[in-house]
Write a new protein. Structure first.
Length: 144
């Protein structure tokens, strides 16, 4: 992979995932790294091979930035020279927090509804049991 291909993939992976200033800073770092290594006699393909997959580098940069919500798989699935993105929601994600809050409210609402139904049943079962008990006592007295 050439320097331009490497930098292009890194830019694409970082775009919209970290602040633009941070993305530019990292791009400059890798451009300078390529220049320094070329001065040491390495080819662009050797340097890019040494660095690894630019999308995995982008994943590390994104995680370090604290965004952590969207990043590439460890081993991206290649489909016609494009990589698929996997959306991952971490515990600090706003959507996860809202989901947990809504789930808790629904759970409490269900519990309240169940207990209200049980209380309503007891309101009817109590008098019915009293009548059955009275009938049983009357039968016992009459049968003696």
């Amino acid at each position: 992979m050439t320097k331009n291909e490497f930098i292009s993939q890194l830019k694409e992976a970082l775009q919209g995932m970290v602040p633009a200033s941070q993305a530019e800073e990292n791009i400059r770092y890798y451009e300078n790294y390529f220049q320094e290594q070329k001065k040491n006699g390495k080819t662009e393909s050797e340097i890019s091979e040494e660095l690894g997959n630019p999308r995995l580098i982008a994943k590390s940069i994104i995680e370090a930035a604290g965004e952590g919500q969207v990043y590439y798989d460890e081993e991206p699935k290649q489909q016609e020279d494009s990589y698929t993105r996997t959306r991952v929601y971490t515990a600090d994600s706003r959507k996860v927090k809202w989901g947990c809050a809504i789930a808790a409210v629904i759970f409490i609402a269900v519990l309240v509804a169940v207990f209200h139904m049980i209380a309503a049943l007891f309101a009817f079962i109590g008098p019915v049991l009293a009548v059955v008990l009275i009938i049983y006592i009357i039968k016992e007295i009459m049968c003696r």
